[in-house]
Write a protein that binds this ligand. Structure first.
Ligand code: ATP
Ligand code: MG
Length: 411
């Protein structure tokens, strides 16, 4: 979400604007929230954040991504690339917000000179937000705000509105100089990719599981994706969707492994051996067993699903319980308390929604029973499964696993 779509006026070429008689630098100024709280491990988190920012911006005209107290900063060699920089940073976990800033000498006259470079659209109200990071600077934050505010008011005739100002003129006075900006864009927040370990997400191609993956990635986990398909007994449409979803999700975590498991034959064995209304529950138990083995091989510490309590018949508390009983790894369900509408709204923001709603042939529709048992017990399912050679079925599925890898930026 961009709080202002304002792109500074003089961003059309890569020559830096002249301020106070010398060229001023365009900088990307990145703010982070929770990372800063990580006392003893802060530098480790910051290194991940810095590396992730450098990687996601690869191929764009930026340089020298580095950490300064409380901020991450990089040089923008060509400010006309900012819209693409903005798009990528808005999908970088650990980033709470960021701005395109001009770095000028820490001097009020120089700061005023940035106004004509930064502002090129009329506005009726504004506010000044100053932050004196360098405490040796001769004016306090509120003094800077007052003086600049009065000057802008005189210059433009606009009125000051401290709560809802249409334009926010931001200034950070630091030892290296003053950073001035008029635009601030939100990032996802959370923790940098790669700082919280690895999880295996069961990805269906629907709306929910990509968001479950996103939620874990936002908390710093690397998500290994596992998709079950009935291909070649059905078409490969859900596989294609998962590939598109994996590509989108990779923008947040930069590299992704996806395992695709053929489940069709396992489903055929289940269908001949068990009463129809238990089919889905047994498919799910098989998915967890197979996923857990893949998760172990990929060094994941937990399984993740997009389940939310009561959403459909297979997701009643009783069924969730009897399904997860076959897993020894923890089964995490980041969406457990979410309404469908909340998940849909998030999917729109994350960018997975349009792909998720495309029609597909998911394995849960293959050999689908007319009705699902809305209640079950682990013992009941154990008994029904005693007709099946479970280890053999797991091996059968694992033998056909395909792996795909994704990278951001794409080569
Ligand atoms: P989704 O929108 O994620 O498909 P859903 O509301 O349709 O969720 P179900 O189809 O009952 O719910 O699936 C519940 C969860 O089981 C999914 O969120 C996903 O984690 C997992 N799952 C279901 N089908 C598959 C599949 N084909 N491959 C991998 N995981 C699956
Ligand atoms: Mg589904």
């Amino acid at each position: 979400v961009t709080t202002s779509d304002h792109v500074p006026a003089q961003t059309q070429n890569d020559t830096a604007p002249t301020i106070a008689g010398r060229p001023a630098a365009w900088l990307g100024l990145v703010r982070f929230g929770e990372v800063a709280l990580k006392k003893g491990n802060r530098s480790w988190f910051m290194k991940h954040l810095r590396d992730n920012i450098a990687q996601t911006l690869r191929g764009l005209p930026v340089a020298d991504v580095h950490v300064r107290p409380g901020r991450c900063v990089f040089r923008v060699k060509d400010a006309s690339a900012w819209p693409e920089v903005r798009e990528r940073l808005s999908r970088t976990p650990g980033v709470t917000s960021f701005s395109l800033a001009l770095e000028v000498p820490a001097d009020l006259e120089a700061i005023k000179e940035t106004y004509d470079v930064l502002v090129h659209e009329p506005f009726e109200s504004f506010r000044v937000r100053a932050n004196r990071v360098d405490k040796s600077f001769r004016m306090r934050s509120n003094e800077i705000e007052r003086e600049l505010g009065a000057w802008i008011q005189q210059h433009t005739g606009a009125r000051v509105d401290l709560t809802r100002g249409e334009l926010t003129f931001g200034v950070e006075v630091r030892r290296e100089g003053a950073l001035v900006f008029v635009e601030q864009t939100e990032g996802p927040g959370g923790l940098p990719a790669g700082t919280s370990g690895r999880v295996a997400v069961l990805l269906s191609g629907g709306i929910d599981s990509p968001i479950a993956a996103y939620r874990m990635m936002k908390r710093g986990c690397r998500a290994v994706l596992i998709h079950f398909t009935s291909f070649p007994f059905t078409d490969a449409s859900s596989w294609d969707k998962c590939r598109a979803l994996a590509r989108m999700l990779t923008r947040y975590q930069l590299e992704t492994r996806m395992f695709v498991v053929p489940l069709g034959e396992v489903q055929q064995r289940i269908v001949v051996a068990v009463p129809p209304r238990y089919r889905i529950l047994l498919y799910r138990r098989m998915m967890l067993r197979i996923a857990e083995e893949l998760a172990r091989r990929a060094n994941c510490q937990a399984l993740v699903t997009g389940e939310s309590v009561g959403q459909v018949g297979s997701q009643t508390l009783a069924n969730l319980t009897s399904i997860e009983r076959v897993a020894t790894m923890p089964v995490l369900r980041p969406l457990i308390g979410f309404d469908k509408l909340e998940i849909v709204n998030e999917a729109r923001k994350v960018g997975t929604y349009e792909t998720s709603i495309e029609p597909d042939m998911d394995c849960c529709q293959y050999l689908m029973p007319p009705k699902v048992a809305t209640t079950s017990t682990p013992r009941e399912l154990d008994e029904i499964e005693s007709e099946l050679d479970i280890p053999e079925l797991v091996e059968m599925a694992l033998a056909g696993v395909k792996e795909e890898r994704f990278q951001w930026p794409e080569a």
